[in-house]
Design a protein around this ligand. Structure first.
Ligand SMILES: [Zn+2]
Length: 255
């Protein structure tokens, strides 16, 4: 089995106790590639040496919409510097998050999102999009750059209508543990219908552990349970599906 976990946060504190042992165990569990998604400037500082130390791990540099307080757009200079690292293959995770009332103001989130999309265009890199309770604004902002930005809608949670718009703009759709949850509806429909060559599998670990580990710490080996669910939904053999999604990930990120 060849699995590409296209969205992980292995530098999160949740892995401080056993990070290296976990990474050493991934290949045996079939996980051959991991995309490590950055969230804030402190994270970015740790990202580059982490990528140097682990051949199977690639990275995305960017600022998460929930991590913008106290920052200026000029702080994106740090992100731009990181883009020259040969294993930084995307800008992410970036986007909009309207879920928590205490999140940064919408206009601040939109300004950082837009500026990071400009960086992606300038450096010809794909983007990893975080969209939580913000489907309308996210699609509007991306549509304005249709044909000029490409990437993945990570942990896709929108309707089939939104999915069609994203697919039409050339985007991939990433699915993780939420696909296995009992109350999953819209994402299940989209995961079953979307074209195979636009699907990606991911964990978003340490968050979003799939059933039967829901609520526990997630890690890239659990991508297996998402693949299982996806294979069932699409009436496909798990290994064939994993191989197709592995190639999708390599194609999108240019690996
Ligand atoms: Zn994430």
């Amino acid at each position: 089995m060849e699995i590409f976990d296209t969205h992980a946060h292995l530098l999160d504190n949740a892995f401080d106790e056993d990070r290296e042992a976990l990474i050493a165990s991934l290949a045996e569990a079939g996980v051959k590639l991991v995309m490590e998604a950055c969230t804030d400037l402190g994270y970015l500082e740790k990202l580059l040496p982490f990528l140097d130390a682990h051949p199977m791990i690639y990275g995305a540099a960017g600022l998460h919409p929930e991590e913008l307080s106290g920052l200026e757009l000029s702080d994106l200079d740090g992100v731009e510097v990181a883009l020259s690292h040969p294993k930084v293959k995307a800008i992410g995770e970036i986007g909009l998050d309207y879920y928590w009332p205490e999140n940064p103001e919408k206009k601040v989130q939109k300004a950082f999102f837009d500026a990071q999309l400009s960086l992606a265009e300038a450096h010809d890199l794909p983007v990893i999009i975080h969209d939580r309770e913000a489907h309308g604004d996210t699609v509007d902002i991306l549509r304005a750059r249709k044909g000029r930005v490409r990437g993945v809608m990570h942990c896709f949670s929108g309707s089939w209508e939104t999915a069609k718009e994203c697919l039409d703009m050339g985007f991939y759709l990433g699915f993780g543990g939420a696909l296995t949850f009992k109350n999953a509806r819209k994402n299940v429909e989209v995961a079953a219908k979307a074209p195979l060559d636009r699907l990606l599998v991911e964990t978003d670990c340490p968050y979003m552990a799939p059933v039967p580990f829901r609520g526990k710490r997630n890690d890239p080996t659990m991508t297996r349970f998402v693949l299982q669910k996806l294979a069932e939904l699409r009436a496909m053999d798990e290994e064939t599906l994993a191989a197709a999604l592995f190639e999708n990930g390599k194609r999108l990120f240019g690996i």
